[in-house]
Design a protein around this ligand. Structure first.
Ligand SMILES: Cc1cc2nc3c(=O)[nH]c(=O)nc-3n(C[C@H](O)[C@H](O)[C@H](O)COP(=O)(O)O)c2cc1C
Length: 253
């Protein structure tokens, strides 16, 4: 029988963790530019810490505790997102912090409907496996970060985007990944939700016409982060080995 027990890495005591972090980072969120980075000289990061955050990062759904986030921590995580590389330095992202319970409920309902739409496309084993998978923690996390892409940011001549329009969207995804890794380093959970219609989410957060919603990120304190991705744990799909995606000189080799 498949075990559905959570395998969690315990989060260090928040008080001691934050004390340790503020000693390392100082009270300002300006450390990205001016101050020694955590665990290293100015301009460097500890490779061990970075790889550790990459390894521990998990898409989080069931582990949110609902405990409110500290504002300073939230600012650090958002500053990490805002420090991402972007095509032509366009920084084409916006972050809408959604805490209004009515909005969290409305998005939760919409996602539940879209879950049914996807479920209706599945048969047999796929349908029953999907039935056991939780796909969001919208209400439990208590905070949604809606990430938008504004292709007009940076004007008409964004350096590096003239031939590849998607380069703007890539930049937004890098901001999301920075946010995700920073949140992991802070002992927080992030869950990316994409079971939605873009028009619905734009309407919910009042995006103007030109801004495209790229992600709803559930962000919050967690009891722990699972060791194994949920989709592996529930038998939906497994991470492939590096060798299966690595090529030499040509895709066919
Ligand atoms: C673009 C994108 C959209 C995603 N959408 C969802 C989603 O709607 N619901 C969900 O439970 N997980 C979603 N995920 C999380 C993936 O399922 C998860 O990243 C993957 O299974 C690997 O697990 P890990 O992130 O814990 O390593 C999404 C991830 C990405 C990158």
């Amino acid at each position: 029988m498949r075990s559905r027990e959570l395998q969690c890495v315990p989060v260090r005591s928040r008080a001691s963790y934050e004390l340790q972090l503020s000693r390392r980072l100082g009270p300002t969120s300006g450390w990205f530019r001016d101050e020694p980075s955590p665990g290293g000289r100015a301009g460097t990061v500890s490779a061990v810490d970075l790889y550790d955050a990459i390894r521990r990062r998990r898409d989080t759904r069931a582990e949110f505790t609902g405990e409110p986030l500290d504002d300073e921590v939230l600012t650090r995580v958002l500053s990490a997102a805002h420090s991402a590389p972007s095509v032509g330095m366009s920084q084409p992202w916006d972050f809408v912090l959604v805490r209004d319970p009515a909005k969290l409920d409305a998005f939760h309902e919409h996602v539940a409907t879209e879950r049914e739409v996807f479920a209706a496309s599945l048969d047999g084993e796929r349908a029953s496996t999907f039935g056991g998978i939780k796909i969001e923690g919208i209400r439990e996390s208590g905070l949604g970060v809606v990430v938008g892409y504004d292709p007009t940011r940076g004007g008409d001549n964004v350096l590096g985007r003239h031939a590849i329009a998607d380069a703007g969207l890539y930049s937004v995804c890098l901001a999301i990944q920075n946010l995700w890794l920073a949140a992991t380093a802070e002992g927080l959970g992030v869950g990316w939700v994409s079971f939605y219609r873009e028009e619905f989410l734009s309407g919910l957060v009042g995006f103007p016409e030109q801004i495209r919603p790229v992600a709803w990120l559930c962000l919050g304190t967690v009891a722990g982060l699972p060791d194994v991705p949920d989709l592996e744990r529930f038998g939906w799909r497994h991470r492939s080995p590096l060798e299966s995606v690595l090529h030499e000189d040509s895709w066919s080799h």
